[in-house]
Design a protein around this ligand. Structure first.
Ligand SMILES: O=C(O)CCC(=O)C(=O)O
Ligand SMILES: [Fe+2]
Length: 355
């Protein structure tokens, strides 16, 4: 378990005293995963491992070292892909819990319960079923993509950033796939930060943004489920006001690197500037993310493949280009309340110093 060390608060912006990470310096990779074959899928984001089964790691004698090294790898590479996983939803939950704890999540953070999760759902509150059938019933993004926008890029988001304590990691296993289509894309928030001029970066470092998922009220009505108002994985996440204010640039405590943290799905407003200025700034940041395919990875799923990503420093976007059924299980853990350590480095800066 990582040791608890008080952060030097003078360099920190944002955060919440009840939801601080339990690590005060980045975690180091110890090499325990080196026995597995792996391949980096692009220079900046994504790694695929061969032969790694999360269920086996969960029962291994070196479990904690392997899982902590995997956390460091996910946070460094943004997303990892594990092919053909033989794992139950319960094992996914156990793994996600260990992953977030070993990565230093606050004591008060557990697995997220999504506000749209049905009460008494078969797989338990902490598993979200990602389902094309549910999408059709609820409308959701497919509806948005057909009726409101014809841009597939409208779907870029980072999970649950409307919560005061949002997600550190998410795991998704897709077990039912259409014959073709249904790819998912991820993009690197570290890389987008690195594409800002130093002047723009330091301007944005002084700002916060409001993330708002009020549209889930309408979605809950359409699905016919009441919205979950009780605790959603943290004492700070509750009630029906699905809004939070977070720094525009945040530090990932596991790598110590800065990332842009606004997204098309939930971020409505940059605070402290006029609405017009906010619209221009957000549009520019969204353009950097959606128009830089060299900051993205597009993953083609096969049956039972799993992706685990760091929601603090990546965005993702599903592709609704298929007619058949596509279903999977997702677990999402909660990390710290987002903060910016103004002394932290960018990814490129940190990597150039180690070379
Ligand atoms: O269906 C997908 O590919 C991604 C869905 C998603 O956004 C998630 O699991 O958080
Ligand atoms: Fe998502």
């Amino acid at each position: 378990m990582p040791t608890v060390i008080e952060q030097d608060r003078t360099t920190l912006r944002g955060g919440h005293p009840e939801a601080r990470p339990r690590i005060s310096r980045p975690l180091e990779y110890t090499g325990s995963l080196d026995t597995y074959q792996c391949q980096d899928l692009t220079p900046v984001i994504g790694r695929e491992y061969q032969g790694l089964q999360v269920a086996e790691i969960l029962h291994s004698a070196e479990r904690d070292q392997l899982i902590q090294d995997l956390a460091v790898t996910i946070s460094t590479r943004g997303v990892v892909f594990l092919r053909d996983q033989n794992v139950t939803p319960q094992q996914m939950r156990d793994f996600a819990e260990r992953l977030t704890q070993l990565a230093g999540c606050p004591e008060s953070s557990g697995l997220h319960v999504h506000p749209l999760t049905e009460e008494g759902s078969e797989l338990g509150d902490q598993i979200s079923v990602i389902s094309s059938e549910k999408q059709k019933k609820g409308g959701g993004l497919t509806h948005q993509l057909n009726d409101v926008s014809r841009l597939a890029s409208a779907g870029w988001h980072t999970d649950i950033s409307f919560e005061r304590v949002p997600s550190d990691y998410a795991m998704l296993k897709i077990h039912t796939l259409p014959q073709t289509g249904g790819d998912t894309l991820w993009a690197s928030g570290y890389e987008i930060y690195d594409r800002l001029s130093p002047e723009m970066a330091s301007f944005l470092e002084g700002l916060t943004a409001t993330h708002d998922a009020s549209f889930f009220h309408e979605e809950a009505r359409r699905l016919g489920n009441p919205l979950r108002r009780s605790l959603r994985g943290s004492p700070l996440n509750h009630g029906e006001d699905l809004k939070a204010v977070h720094p525009v640039i945040r530090t990932n405590p596991v790598t110590g690197w800065k990332s842009v943290y606004v997204n098309k799905g939930f971020t409505k407003r940059i605070n402290g500037v006029t609405k017009d200025e906010s619209d221009v700034l957000l549009q520019y940041l969204f353009n950097l993310l959606t128009q830089n395919h060299d900051a993205q990875i597009r993953f083609k799923w096969r049956k039972n493949d799993m992706a685990i990503w760091d929601n603090r420093s990546t965005w993702h976007c599903a592709t609704y280009d298929y007619a058949g059924t596509r279903t999977g299980d997702r677990v999402c853990s909660l990390g710290e309340a987002p903060y910016l350590d103004i002394q932290s480095q960018s990814r490129r800066q940190a990597l150039s110093e180690t070379q």
